[in-house]
Write a protein of this length. Sequence first.
Length: 265
Amino acid sequence: MTARIYAFANQKGGVAKTTTSVNLGAYLAAAGRRVLIVDTDPQGNATTSLGIDPRSLAQSLYNVLIDQVPIQKTLTLTDRVGLDLVPSTTDLAGAEVEMARRMARERLLERALRPMLPLYDYILIDEPPSLGLLTINGLTAATHGVIIPVQCEYLALEGLSLLLDTIQQVRDVLNERLKIAGVVLTMYDSRTNLAQQVVQEVRDYFPGEVFRTIIPRNVRLSEAPSYGQTILSYAPTSAGALAYQALAQEFLEREENALTRLAEA
């Protein structure tokens, strides 16, 4: 089997992008899938959320993209069986300037990931909160689409047109298979009318693409990264954990339905 690659992107920060990619990955691994998280954010939030200290790493994604180190040499195990990581360090902050001088600079990550394709069921790319060259690399490598986390807050859709334009440009020039594979509503507060309005607004904006599962605003979800744990390890009975468990089930249902449609075509 060849890994299915998804990018998690939103140029707006603080929308639970890393929380979603890391916790979805944990629940997919718990369901018996082999999952690789690729941290393309120089802030390294996915790396630290999985309990890895960037300062302890000899090599990271930076060395893969800039020094052409084989990606296998950066593979880092997490405390969850079946969930591995290609970590990020702050070195990655300078990578875009160095990448700009390379031939086929938008495809560096795509090429680097090729040896990983037979080893995993899913590769989840956690993108930085920007639309620079690192994000373009992630979108170019995403064989099965981009998942967009959107927070249930005021101006949730502001700026998304820029992301959608970028997705269209990448599709036209670099990755004709690129599509929006799903939209995840996050940070939902059921006590507010605003949150309910945003849910409807996002569903109207992305008809048929929004996951039914909504991720609530949850203290345990906020705490888990500071302990270097996924919500599955840190607080498995919390509302946030149950939501990501449901999201993983829905994600796998979508995958099965897509495979069924492909077989019938």
